[in-house]
Ligand binder design. Structure first.
Ligand SMILES: Cc1cc2nc3c(=O)[nH]c(=O)nc-3n(C[C@H](O)[C@H](O)[C@H](O)COP(=O)(O)O)c2cc1C
Length: 155
């Protein structure tokens, strides 16, 4: 399996989660920061995982630009997709929703085949650090994505 993990990160917490997700997956995995993805050929990946810090309930502008650059409705046909974000655990932020849900909706609208539900990983504050255990949880989440794909391929 060939996987692209594409992410944005202002304070490096999402980058740390993206790297942990990369480590959790077997096969070839490219973990790429969105700024470096302008000339990236997204064809040829079996799985694309997109992650962003949550900013006002949304992905960052660079992740949004990347999502916009994927041509609907079939840019991601034959590509499995999954989405994650980082977020803080304050009660008020729930009002805005979270980036991963918005990313997942858009990946599916571009023809991506969903795998697992969007997932959020928690930072202790705006600049982090990540809460204890989140890096391990991210690697485990990646394994769940891979297992889900294996199961889908058997049916
Ligand atoms: C401009 C801005 C807006 C934010 N808005 C939210 C929000 O709506 N909900 C939330 O849970 N966290 C919010 N946060 C906190 C981010 O989730 C946190 O900075 C991020 O997870 C850290 O990831 P990074 O180190 O990869 O940038 C916001 C942070 C910034 C800088």
């Amino acid at each position: 399996m060939k996987t692209l993990v594409i992410y944005d990160s202002w304070y490096d917490n999402t980058a740390e989660i993206a790297r942990a997700i990369g480590r959790g997956l077997a096969g070839r995995v490219d973990v790429v920061k969105v700024r470096a993805a302008t000339n990236l050929d997204i064809r040829g990946y079996d799985l694309m995982i997109v992650g962003s810090p949550t900013h006002g309930g949304l992905p960052t502008p660079l992740i949004q630009e990347f999502l916009d650059s994927l041509v609907a409705p079939d840019a991601l046909s034959h590509t499995r997709v999954a989405a994650f974000d980082t977020r803080v655990a304050m009660r008020w932020v729930k009002l805005f929703g979270f980036a991963a849900n918005r990313i997942a909706e858009q990946l599916e609208a571009k023809g991506g085949e969903p795998t697992v539900a969007p997932e959020g990983f928690y930072a202790r504050g705006k600049a982090g650090p990540l809460r204890a255990g989140e890096v391990e949880r991210a690697a485990h989440w990646a394994q769940t994505v891979a297992q889900t794909i294996n199961r889908l391929e058997k049916v």
